[in-house]
Write a protein that binds this ligand. Structure first.
Ligand code: NDP
Length: 312
């Protein structure tokens, strides 16, 4: 396992992280969470991702109970604020919700600070000045160490950097975008200028497109899988993606690895990715996926070209 800086920030994250979306508190309970977090930690994963909205806070409660098994200094814990509840002040990036939401997350996680605090989506109704000042306050109060954005446009991220500069506030350090073989533009095109100009780091999500890029859906939808339980995640172009997945699977077989490993290794290959956040419901999935690290070396320019040809 390599530990990479988060862009130009000093903190080091395992190149593979482990996240809790849809799984913790929905598909799996405390004993499974314990087994998975220990499997991850034992293989060198130090970065664990969460959000106030995951399972309505239950994902943070479960993660918080297992965090106690480890030394705090050995962990990088993140959470994301935006969707905190149903009240008029429980959502968005107002000073009120950012401060209350963060304090509620810390209470559920049973920790004094998160390492990474994300604005989970842009808030078009709150002035960027208010959001930047609130994030600066949270860091200066010691409740978070670094702040960043998730699924913001390059223009919105740039506005946050500029405002922080103007107000002499702590600047954002990272963005959390979706990035996988089927979804590439943010990272490979839109954000390029931000990496150069600001030294922005990234923690990327859904490396397997919710499992499609493991090949598990090539022969239909298994009843115990995510897409059987969360049908709203089924993409409109599902059958087209399955056609591509079948071709990618053949390439993985030729490289003597699994398709999950090839898909995750491909994400790791991008130098602008600081950490790839995995999702997993079983330790076997996690172990297989961590095996992607060994597959990185197989991604020669010839293999990368073959992948691009398939995805054309
Ligand atoms: P993936 O795209 O990797 O999907 C994970 C799911 O795929 C697993 O839960 C499992 O589902 C299935 N899977 C994983 N490995 C295998 C395998 N080897 N073989 C077969 N099936 C497998 O990641 P996620 O979509 O979960 O995203 C990862 C993390 O990113 C999240 O947990 C969250 O922390 C973060 N995230 C952030 C978002 C944001 O807006 N910032 C949005 C979404 C996620 P199953 O067993 O149920 O089929």
């Amino acid at each position: 396992m390599q530990y990479k800086q988060l862009g130009k920030a000093g903190i080091r994250l395992s190149e593979i992280g482990y996240g809790s979306w849809i799984t913790f508190g929905k598909q799996i309970g405390l004993q499974e969470v314990k087994a998975l977090m220990h499997t991850a930690f034992d293989r060198g994963i130090n970065f664990f991702d969460n959000a106030e909205s995951y399972a309505h806070g239950e994902a943070e409660i479960l993660m918080g109970r297992i965090i106690k098994d480890f030394r705090r200094e050995d962990l990088v814990i993140s959470t994301k604020i935006f969707w905190g509840g149903n009240g008029p002040n429980d959502t968005g990036l107002s000073r009120k919700h950012l401060i209350e939401g963060t304090k509620n997350s810390l209470r559920r996680l049973q920790i004094e600070y998160v390492d990474l605090l994300f604005c989970h989506r842009p808030d078009l109704h709150t002035p960027i000045e208010e959001t930047v000042l609130a994030m600066d306050y949270l860091i200066r109060q010691g409740l978070a160490l670094y702040w960043g954005t998730s699924e913001w446009s390059a223009k919105q991220i740039e506005a946050a950097y500029d405002m922080a500069d103007e107000l002499h506030c702590i600047k954002p350090s990272m963005e959390q975008p979706k990035y996988n073989l089927f979804f590439r533009d943010h990272l490979e095109k839109e954000y390029l200028n931000l990496f150069e100009k600001y030294g922005m780091g990234t923690t990327t999500w859904s490396p397997l497109a919710s499992g499609i890029l493991s090949g598990k859906y090539n022969q239909g939808i298994p009843s115990d899988s995510r897409l059987a339980k969360e049908a709203w995640l089924l993409p409109d172009n599902f059958m087209r993606l399955i056609e591509k997945t079948k071709q990618l699977q053949q390439l993985a077989e030729a490289l003597d690895c699994t398709l999950s490993q090839l898909s995750i290794a491909w994400c790791l290959h991008n130098p602008h990715v600081s950490s790839v956040i995995l999702g997993a419901t079983k330790p076997e999935q996690l172990l297989e996926n961590i095996g992607a690290i060994a597959v990185k070396a197989k991604l020669t320019s010839d293999v990368m070209k073959k992948i691009n040809d398939i995805l054309k």
